[in-house]
Ligand binder design. Sequence first.
Ligand code: ATP
Length: 198
Amino acid sequence: MLKIGLTGGIGSGKTTVAKVFETLGIPVYYADDATKRLMNSNNALKALVIKHFGEASYKNEELDRKYIADIVFNDKEKLALLNSITHPATIEDANEWVQQQSSPYIIKEAALLFETEAAKHLDYFIGVSAPLETRIKRVMKRDGLSEAEVMKRISRQMNEEEKMKRCDFIITNNDEEMVIPQVLSTHEKILSRIKKEK
Ligand code: ATP
């Protein structure tokens, strides 16, 4: 079974595009959601978070996401530290999830793939691309953030152009081009690669 990474910058529309692949019967692993779940359920990971970020990281056994976000989105090193703690747990969980799937290919959707060890576990990459202004507007609207707050988050990520260069397939989600036909054509291309590799 082929393992395909789906990535793009904040607000590019990764989740939106992944949902379209799901309608084609392709199982999708949402890495950011999984990380949030694991931070609440994986005891070894919880212990590491408390060790590095303090007891205040959890309120009534639940991760205090605002407390953590306030720390990591204001401090590059703390963000790298949090990622170094969470990524191995998410990669392990994703690998276990892959074992349970049966389909020609699966997708792992994540904002960070090339920045982590995750890329090594994947065969091909789909990049979702959108202009910076569009991404900023979408995230301001979705998360109720100011432009400066969105920019701060974007500036912490690998630049989008760099990310897209490393992708095998690109889906443009710029409010002008239709996404569904692009997903269908990418799906067909992946299936034909699978046939060729057999
Ligand atoms: P993040 O990395 O922040 O999780 P993402 O790349 O997964 O973001 P989405 O959550 O899919 O992006 O999209 C961001 C917002 O933009 C959502 O509210 C989504 O509904 C909206 N959106 C995505 N694509 C389009 C589009 N083509 N037209 C209009 N709105 C869109």
